[in-house]
Design a protein around this ligand. Structure first.
Ligand SMILES: Cc1cc2nc3c(=O)[nH]c(=O)nc-3n(C[C@H](O)[C@H](O)[C@H](O)COP(=O)(O)O)c2cc1C
Length: 213
């Protein structure tokens, strides 16, 4: 059995998270940290792990991209016939995790999801590059495929189906908004004595609580 090298061990020394620095609203705190990740030119600061639950209770996680954020919640786009959509249909509670390596920061979010409106999905779909729009038509997300050639052939077909016209949003493609009831902001600190500060929605108010690392 191989052991992951102890040379990978590192100290976290970049920053700290103190109660005096916190925004009272976790969305504002998230924006602050997100802007730091963007300013640091981190690749894909909007990449987030989305965890859902299968009907047999198996937890499932994968990365999706945050595309919109307002005071309601975190929006990502996907295929409404994908495995994740089936899981969200069964159980609309879900979690998100962001890891911003250069700041040594993690944000965990829990909440419930709902579909965004068709017009929101259409408006976002219209901003996507044409080839991404075509691949939304070509890909039956999460379904088995005989091989790469089948996908390439479908893509060629879609290019020809929609030649000389704009590509409409497929009916089964759209967004979900995760509406949070819990946030945890984790800042790596020296000697593994990290800062962990949570915001919990309680009687329509965000309650702030520090947790042991
Ligand atoms: C960096 C990155 C970004 C991704 N962004 C999305 C996304 O925004 N929407 C999406 O449906 N899949 C995205 N994926 C692919 C998903 O991780 C996943 O493979 C796909 O959605 C199928 O998941 P499912 O079978 O659990 O539904 C992304 C993957 C990576 C690595």
């Amino acid at each position: 059995m191989s052991v992951i090298s102890s040379s990978l061990r590192k100290e976290y020394t970049q920053s700290k998270l103190m109660e005096t620095d916190l925004e009272p609203n976790p969305f504002d705190q998230f924006h602050k940290w997100f802007n730091d990740a963007v300013s640091a030119e981190l690749p894909l600061p909007n990449a987030m792990t989305l965890a859902t639950v299968k009907q047999d209770q198996t937890p499932v996680a994968r990365v999706v991209l945050l595309k919109e954020l307002d005071q309601r919640g975190f929006v990502f786009y996907t295929n409404y016939q994908s495995a994740k959509a089936e899981e969200l249909e069964y159980q609309n509670k879900a979690s998100l995790v962001f890891w911003w390596i250069s700041q040594e920061r993690q944000v965990r979010i829990e909440g419930f999801t709902e579909k965004v409106t068709e017009s929101e999905s259409e408006a976002y779909f219209a901003t996507r590059p044409r080839e991404s729009q075509l691949s939304a038509w070509a890909s039956d997300q999460s379904k088995p495929v005989s091989g790469r050639p089948e996908l390439e052939t479908k893509m060629t077909e879609m290019r020809s189906n929609f030649s000389d016209q704009s590509v409409p949003k497929p009916k089964e493609w759209g967004g979900y908004r995760l509406i949070p009831s819990f946030f945890e902001f984790w800042q790596g600190r020296e000697d593994r004595l990290h800062d962990r500060i949570c915001y919990l929605m309680d009687s329509d108010q965000w309650k702030i609580q520090r947790l042991s690392p």
